[in-house]
Write a protein that binds this ligand. Structure first.
Ligand code: BES
Ligand code: MN
Ligand code: ZN
Length: 504
């Protein structure tokens, strides 16, 4: 069973961390200043250093440990305990930097132990303001996708952290959402083919209160005119589904989260070249994030109404595939001329966006989509492209992004470029693909008309949603070579800031 990997259990750490478990993480900050940063061996770090016979100070003297975030040093006490000193970066750095360092630091320490220790003590309060982020980092660092490994190596089943119960619950809820997003994004396509994904999500979400799952099957999608979803998905024997997860946690019109869920993107009749095609199993990272967001929101009990729309389809060539030059009638009546079957994502989410705007009555719509190679080429694996007309929404998302470390760069919606979408569609209203230059912008402009004037933001997560090329650039709390579950913590943070009025 792929869905769904559980994070380690999270329990209260009481008393002296150095004697709370056999494996202990000990954060080590660096001194601030203009000179060379030096590790600060004080407080718990000093006591731990003593317990391991001065191994830390000697490593520092030898220049083998500097205390930068993500660095680790493993040492042993006389009574058989294992201490992992975890570099935590500069003391007193800016809050966003402290948070990112705490996540990386705890994740690196846990990664060093995940195959060895069943239980780890994490004195999170050592990270000060960033204590919660350290716990989140530890849980995220413990993630392993081992459903298809004959031998399971991850051993870690329990993390002990010194935070109040509610804060531990909070960290766990966030980690669960990210784990769910990772599992879906990384799952082999047939494990989560649209009908199966729908059943699995229905099953999974039935465990939560105030959550309803509705699944539109193929007949219904055809009957109700979801031409984008139906046409993209019809080439596969595994027909598309629209999965709608509603979390009713508050009052007022819901926020809609739309996630591109192309379970596999071969390009369709406009077949992709084969060398990197297999990466396209993560072309469902947007929908995976939407599911993770709904999960985390419900587990946190956020006081909002949320609707996650997960249009799932497989884009493959066959005798029943949609064809280049087909004209597709979308759910909202727009006629789209298909100039390229590989520009499938925008068709699928355009239907879901229009449905959110006109049928669900969303107050605002945020979509996440591994939409264009252009966004990936422009920004690489660490940044998503943000598009919106709404400066306030952009600012709120950018602020959330700073706090969670899921980085965004705003790109413009260039009105003049819209002309090309029409020009390339002699038969229909618009073409699904018009020009290579500015590809991410053109895709965003295409989507915009389907939001029908509703407040809307589009996150093109082609880089960080997949991130298989992130390698040594990736934060320590991302899984090596796998999709990191990008966007879950970001959108949850945004929803909370919205609730508290922090961003107006
Ligand atoms: N899923 C891809 C975009 C993608 C490519 C994401 C590489 C991550 C890495 C999307 O469906 C696609 O194929 N887009 C085309 C659009 C083009 C045909 C207009 C692209 O970007 O090349
Ligand atoms: Mn494609
Ligand atoms: Zn795609």
């Amino acid at each position: 069973m792929v869905l769904y990997t559980r994070p380690p259990r999270l329990e209260a750490l009481e008393g002296d961390p150095l004697s709370a478990a056999r494996f202990v993480v000990v954060p080590v900050f660096q001194s601030k200043g203009d000179g060379e940063a030096k590790p600060l061996i004080e407080g718990l770090a000093a006591r731990a250093d003593e317990a391991v016979g001065g191994a830390l100070s000697r490593a520092v003297e030898a220049g083998l440990f500097r205390g930068s975030a993500g660095e680790t040093l493993t040492a042993f006490t006389g009574d058989g305990r294992v201490v992992v000193f975890a570099g935590a970066g500069e003391k007193g750095a800016e809050p966003w930097r402290l948070a990112e360092n705490a996540r990386a630091s705890a994740a690196a320490a846990v990664k060093a132990l995940v195959e060895k220790a069943g239980e780890v003590a994490l004195p999170a309060s050592e990270y000060g303001e960033a204590a919660l982020e350290a716990v989140v980092g530890a849980l995220l660092g413990a993630y392993r996708f081992e459903a298809f490994k004959s031998e399971r190596k991850a051993k870690l089943s329990r993390v002990l952290a010194d935070l109040p119960r509610e804060r531990l619950e909070e960290a766990l809820a966030l980690a669960e959402g990210v784990y769910l997003a990772r599992d879906i994004a990384n799952a082999p396509p047939h494990e989560v083919a649209p009908p199966r994904l729908a059943e699995r999500l229905r099953d999974l979400f039935s465990r939560l209160d105030r959550v309803e799952v509705e699944v539109f099957d193929y007949d219904r999608l055809v009957r109700e005119g979801f031409g984008g979803i139906v046409n993209v998905g019809r080439g596969s024997d595994e027909k598309p589904r629209l999965i709608i997860v509603r979390y009713n946690g508050g009052e007022g019109d819901p926020v809609a989260i739309v996630g591109k869920t192309i379970v596999f993107d071969s390009g369709g009749i406009n077949l992709k070249p084969s060398h990197m095609m297999f990466e396209m199993r993560a072309d469902k990272a947007g929908g995976a994030a939407a599911a993770g967001i709904a999960w985390a929101a419900a587990r946190l009990g956020l006081p909002v109404n949320l609707v996650a729309l997960i249009p799932a389809a497989i884009n493959v060539p066959s005798g029943s595939s949609y064809l280049p030059s087909d004209v597709v009638r979308m759910w909202d009546g727009t006629y789209v001329e298909v100039t390229n079957t590989d520009a499938e994502g925008r068709l699928v989410i355009a239907d879901a966006i229009a449905y959110a705007a006109k049928q669900i009555g969303a107050s605002e719509i945020i979509d996440l989509a591994t939409l264009t190679g252009a966004a990936w080429i422009a920004l690489g694996p660490l940044y998503a492209a943000l598009f919106t007309r709404d400066d306030k929404l952009a600012r709120a998302l950018e602020e959330a992004s700073r706090r969670t470390g899921e980085r965004l760069w705003r790109l413009p919606l260039v009105d003049e470029y819209k002309a090309m979408l029409g020009k390339k569609a002699p038969l229909g209203d618009v073409a699904n693909a018009a020009m290579r230059a500015g590809g991410a912008i053109c895709a965003a402009l295409f989507l915009e008309r389907f939001a029908h004037g509703k407040r809307w933001a589009h996150l093109d997560i082609a880089g960080p949603g997949i991130a298989s090329d992130a390698g040594p650039m990736a934060p320590k709390y991302w899984p090596q070579g796998l999709a990191p579950g990008w966007g879950v913590r970001l959108i949850i943070d945004y929803l909370r800031s919205r609730g508290s009025g922090a961003s107006g």
